[in-house]
Design a protein around this ligand. Sequence first.
Ligand code: SF4
Length: 200
Amino acid sequence: MAEKSNIEWTDATWNPVRGCTKISPGCKHCYAETFAERFRGVAGHPYEQGFDPRLVPGKLHEPFKWATSRMVFVNSMSDLFHTYVPDEYIERVAKVMVTANWHTYQVLTKRADRLQQLLSRPLRFASEAKNVWWGVSVENKKHGLPRIDHLRKAPAQIRFLSVEPLLEDLGEIDLSGIHWVIVGGESGHGARLMKREWVA
Ligand code: SF4
């Protein structure tokens, strides 16, 4: 993935893991899957294996090469807390974020139960870092709201929500312990519509 990002709320992407599998309705039109599958079978391309999950240890130290401070979206092309990724590897990613601390890292997941579990123990050291923001995706009530509870229970200096693609009215949300919220609808072919009153 290019080191410069087109995502509005970040400067760069860093993908020490590539690929993922769908876990909830928010994944239906996953842009990362669409991008990766375009290159399946293209010899030598980073996405030669399409969207199949895999570790990319050669990318682990990439943030050290960026001398100036950046806002870094971690794993824009996967989910760091996917079951495929071993605890020890997630720990290595966290150590880079804590050590290359002139950057700010945004870690976004749909596997919030594992985020809570790991931040409470092996990743405790990273939960205390102010330059690492931990976030969950929230697309609906059934899958999204329990993720907010997991995130709130996880030790972290900065917690954020990515409420996109918003698929229904979430009603009143408890935002205690949450520091930053991004809200948006879906875009692209076949996008599911978001109603203005859902974000009122
Ligand atoms: S969790 Fe994220 S990266 Fe994985 S399939 Fe769903 S939308 Fe795509």
